[in-house]
Unconditional design. Structure first.
Ligand SMILES: C[S@@+](CC[C@H](N)C(=O)[O-])C[C@H]1O[C@@H](n2cnc3c(N)ncnc32)[C@H](O)[C@@H]1O
Length: 490
């Protein structure tokens, strides 16, 4: 087996983006490692995530060309803070990164080079962070009293190398990250039988995420060949589902990043225990909430709340505002109530006595039981007309709901953050609002593979009910406005 040779890692011929790690000495003389952390975030919300990292960890973030990824440096004493970030889905520690990797022309040469790379990478610090991360998780699991039951990463992967079997992550195999402590399966059987206690062989998988059309190889081939070389180098055992360690090979055109995963299950899977047909990722909800900057005592409405992901994320992360979650579907309302109870119970178990600032109501958004001009922020995920509702129904629903939202929202200061994939219908509806809403900003996001827009709107100072456009049929006033009078937003 090759020795780890971290310090002796050869300088790779490609352009190294940065030195991913360095070792410092702290006040007590102990070693503090500085490493680069990579995080996947909802596409479109990279800048929001960067803002959160700056605010909570105090470091600058580099946004990758690869949409949906950010990188930032941390010292190991800050590792736990990284897990408290709300806008990140998955975390990994960077082993090495290349900005301009010069792939060889032929597939054979490229794959051979990837195999060679495995033994040249500076693995030590990243493995130290992985080990530390494992002990942090163990402590957290112990505090929750549920042992170490964490599922392997179920996030999208392009290609992996290993076997197949669904399983839980075994006990973190601390102290076994260094190749020299890992037994050589073939060569040292007798030796390891004599040794007591017997060292455990780490199980691993390599996941390759690849984007770009100028590669001569597939993700599967890269994962297979790079994975084979990692196995050879460390003498780990490949296992696709029972792995202790997941090595990531991220290739985006010429950018190559090799990392080690720090999250088994995406961090976006929080809060919600009762899922619905279109449950939104809490990380995306967090991004939407940050866009409208909730202030203390703001009244925040999600009038089409589904399972309640947006108001629940708000009630947890911005608890000095008050949230009203409504939906016209009984099942949705029940899910919000159950999700709220579940979170309250979890918080009570952890010793928290404060309740969540949220109320749940069954209502029709087109006829809200709410006073005119009383709401500060409306934030909602509208039916796209695909899995929920229909495109045809949206032509009636969108104008009605934009009008009713304009009625309840405070003129001059109110805001709305609305997510939809039905962009055409939304644009038409907003153009017919008679200047009640002004579009400030659009963030383009990917929701389950669909290209959608998060629209930040400002409620203008225009008084509701003063223009023909905002006369509302369902409140008994006939809209005399004829087609063809559509106004563009200022
Ligand atoms: C896209 S889903 C919201 C999903 C939600 N963000 C979640 O994470 O579960 C849209 C919701 O709008 C609700 N809805 C549709 N028309 C409505 C109306 N007129 N009034 C209130 N809710 C409505 C649907 O019942 C559905 O739950």
């Amino acid at each position: 087996m090759s020795s780890q040779g971290d310090g002796a890692a050869e300088q790779h011929p490609e352009t190294k983006l940065s030195d991913n790690s360095s070792t410092e000495t702290d006040a007590t003389g102990g070693a503090i490692i500085t490493v680069t952390i990579g995080a996947t975030v909802p596409t479109g919300f990279e800048h929001t995530a960067a803002e959160e990292v700056k605010e909570k960890i105090g470091v600058d973030v580099r946004i990758s060309k690869d949409r949906g990824r950010i990188y930032f440096p941390i010292t190991t004493d800050k590792l736990f803070q990284v897990h408290l970030l709300r806008s990140v889905d998955n975390l990994f520690v960077v082993v090495e990164e290349y900005d301009q990797y010069q792939f060889k022309d032929s597939k054979e040469e490229t794959l051979a080079e990837l195999q060679e790379l495995a033994s040249k990478l500076p693995w030590t610090n990243a493995l130290e962070v992985w080990k530390l991360n494992g002990s942090l998780k163990k402590r957290k699991a112990h505090r929750r009293g549920n042992g170490n039951k964490v599922k392997p990463n179920s996030e999208t992967t392009d290609a992996t190398v290993a076997d197949t079997e669904q399983q839980e992550l075994p006990e973190a195999a601390e102290d076994q990250t260094k190749p020299e402590t890992t037994p050589d399966i073939e060569g040292s059987k007798q030796e390891s039988e004599d040794a007591a206690p017997k060292a455990k062989v780490l199980k691993f998988r390599v996941t390759c995420n690849r984007a770009g059309d100028k590669h001569s190889f597939s993700s599967n081939e890269a994962a297979r060949d790079f994975g084979g070389a990692v196995q050879e180098f460390f003498q780990w055992k490949a296992d696709m589902t029972k792995f202790d360690i997941e090595v990531l090979l991220n290739i985006h055109n010429q950018e190559v990043v090799i990392g080690i995963a720090l999250t088994e299950e995406s961090l976006h899977k929080r809060n919600i225990s009762h899922f619905g047909p279109t449950t939104l990722r809490p990380t995306l909800c967090y991004g939407m909430l940050r866009l409208c900057k909730p202030q203390a005592s703001d009244i925040i409405l999600d009038p089409m709340c589904g399972t309640g992901t947006i108001p629940l994320e708000g009630a947890i992360e911005f608890p000095s505002s008050f949230y009203i979650a409504g939906d016209n579907n009984d099942m949705a309302v029940n899910r919000v109530v159950n999700n709220t109870r579940h979170i309250q119970k979890r918080r009570a178990e952890m010793g928290s006595v404060s309740g969540l600032p949220i109320d749940t109501v069954r209502w029709d958004l087109c006829n809200l039981p709410i006073k005119t001009s009383s709401v500060d922020i409306i934030i909602t995920d509208m039916p796209f007309g695909k899995r929920m509702g229909s495109r045809k129904k949206n032509w009636d629903l969108y104008p009605s709901c934009l009008r009713e939202m304009a009625r309840v929202c405070r003129p001059g200061s109110g805001k709305a953050v609305l997510l939809t994939q039905d962009k055409k219908c939304f644009a038409k509806a907003i153009s017919r609002m008679g200047g009640l809403w002004r579009k400030l900003h659009t963030v383009w996001v990917n929701v389950g593979g669909l290209h959608a827009g998060v629209y930040l709107l400002k409620r203008t100072g225009a008084v509701f009910g003063q223009t023909p456009e905002d006369v509302y049929e369902s409140r008994g006033i006939v809209n005399t406005h004829e087609k063809g009078d559509d106004k563009e937003l200022p």
